[in-house]
Write a protein that binds this ligand. Structure first.
Ligand code: C5P
Length: 236
């Protein structure tokens, strides 16, 4: 993610590629590979919802108090630091490094709870649009193509079966040294899908003009190649 979150520059002339889809579809890795290859900015919008969830928990804000959560989202003291080559970026909340906490499964669940509120989503809109800066932006999320950047010239909706997504997540967590139960992960993924797809505001769905890609049984390298080829044909 870009280290700057200024909203000063216009997004009009900046090429934007939106990649939406459910958790574990591979969009995070795909977005990082695209941003690195093109040397474009990267918006990890899920990280913003995760940070709001984390901040709410830290400050004991009730997850049913939309107004308080929206206020918190509007006043986030957050900083993203781009990682050195090959290293992930870090996230600071109130100057504290929360990079690890932000990526946990628990924080993902907190994120999807705050993400149902219109007030929270509205409070994060300008911040997200501010990432659109030259030479280009890869935007990763659930509503990038439908709500945040509806005029983006290339929109991808990446999915995979729930079982494959749970398996991928299981492997990632094991590699990180965390012990998690696969069946419980699958349940969490299905629950999160249900909350994201069925919420009233900005539900997870492909934009009408999005290209649908199913990554079940397809390697991330192959997904990258397909999207990169299309991007080159369409935007360059
Ligand atoms: O993509 P990630 O797993 O980091 O997202 C965490 C949660 O944040 C999602 O399950 C979803 O509820 C929410 N989110 C969202 N809109 C986005 C990005 C994430 O509602 N653009």
């Amino acid at each position: 993610m870009s280290s700057s979150t200024s909203t000063s520059s216009s997004s009009a002339a900046v090429p934007i590629v939106t990649i939406d889809g459910p958790s574990g579809s591979g969009k995070g890795s795909l977005c990082q590979m695209l941003a690195r290859e093109l040397d474009w900015h990267l918006l990890d919008s899920g990280a913003l919802y995760r940070i709001v969830g984390l901040a709410a928990e830290k400050q004991s804000v009730s997850f049913s108090d939309e107004a308080a959560l929206a206020k918190l989202a509007a006043n986030l003291n957050v900083e993203f630091r781009a990682g050195q080559s090959g290293e992930p970026s870090s996230v600071l909340l109130d100057a504290e490094d929360v990079s690890v906490a932000v990526r946990s499964e628990t924080t993902g669940t907190l994120a999807s709870k705050v993400a149902v509120y219109n007030g929270v989503r509205d409070a994060l809109k300008d911040l997200q649009r501010g990432f659109a800066k030259a030479p280009g932006l890869i935007a990763d999320g659930r509503d990038m193509g439908t709500v945040i950047f509806p005029a983006a010239p290339l929109k991808i909706y990446l999915t995979a079966s729930a079982e494959e997504r749970a398996n991928r997540r299981h492997k990632q967590l094991i590699n990180k040294g965390e012990s998690v139960n696969l069946a419980a992960l699958l349940e969490d993924i299905k629950e999160r899908d249900d909350r994201d797809m069925n919420r009233a505001v900005a539900p997870l769905k492909p934009a009408d003009d999005a290209i649908l890609l199913d990554s079940t049984g397809v390697s991330i390298e192959d997904v990258f190649q397909q999207v990169f080829d299309r991007l080159k044909r369409q935007l360059f």
